[in-house]
Design a protein around this ligand. Structure first.
Ligand SMILES: [Mn+2]
Length: 251
């Protein structure tokens, strides 16, 4: 791993109360009562709606979630209530899908803006265009795109609904844990990934691009495009913007 890929990381750390944009990614919540959930709820509590305009969930907030099912709607009900409360206090909440999440809008969280496309452009108060994506599509081969298209189809949704949900949940959480153990996140071709990310940022007409998925704290600038990546919640963290600078908050 080359130190250059993480340039700028020694930069400032910000605070929740003084941030206009807050981003959480790759929490990988498995159970509703785990510590990471308490940590997230405590962070949401600290938000001052007079300061914070936007809160972004950048995908893989859940280690597995199939939104079109009363089982998952109930399982994550408390998180949904806290997030909806934030929107009623005037904070815009954006939620992008990760590769562990399916049909999330069906969770029915009031007030949340679900982004179903692969990426989204956010404009800061100073007019800076920020590209957001979970990140799994940046280096994806064509068959991954076809596979995801199938998994996210209406047919898959209707089949998934017929399964016994608790067993379905356990099986998918088992698969997620197994893929982590097999090191799915370890072999990252940094150079190729950062080049793809830089091209994506430029294509979107942005100067900053933010992603998760790779669980690595990239902070890399090339050709006027800055790519920031959030680590997973093995160490709970947010990415924040205070109106001038981007920085990390550790929770
Ligand atoms: Mn992911």
């Amino acid at each position: 791993m080359h130190a250059d890929h993480f340039q700028g990381n020694e930069g400032r750390s910000l605070q929740i109360q003084t941030s206009t944009i807050l981003i959480a990614s790759d929490i990988h919540i498995r159970e509703a009562n785990e510590d990471k959930v308490q940590c997230l709820l405590a962070a949401l509590q600290q938000i001052d709606p007079a300061v914070t305009k936007t809160f972004v969930f950048l995908g893989d907030i859940f280690d597995f979630c199939f939104g079109d099912s009363p089982y998952f709607q109930n399982k994550f009900n408390a998180i949904g209530a806290a997030v909806s409360r934030l929107t009623t206090r005037g904070v815009e909440v954006l939620f992008l899908h990760g590769n562990h999440e399916f049909f999330l809008p069906k969770l029915g969280w009031e007030g949340v803006t679900w982004i179903s496309s692969r990426d989204h452009v956010l404009t800061t108060s100073t007019g800076e265009r920020v590209a957001l994506t979970h990140g799994d599509f940046l280096l994806a081969p064509w068959h991954y795109r076809v596979y995801m298209g199938c998994v996210r189809s209406t047919l898959s949704r209707l089949i998934a609904r017929q399964l016994p949900q608790e067993k379905f949940d356990a099986a998918c959480l088992g698969l997620a844990a197994k893929s982590r153990k097999n090191g799915a996140y370890k072999e990252v071709p940094h150079r190729r990934l950062l080049e793809a990310a830089t091209r994506w940022i430029a294509q979107k007409g942005c100067t900053v691009g933010i992603m998760g998925h790779y669980h690595l704290p990239y902070d890399y600038t090339k050709d006027g495009c800055r790519i920031l990546c959030l680590p997973a919640w093995d160490t709970p963290n947010l990415l924040a913007y205070d109106g001038t600078h981007w920085g990390r908050i550790s929770l």
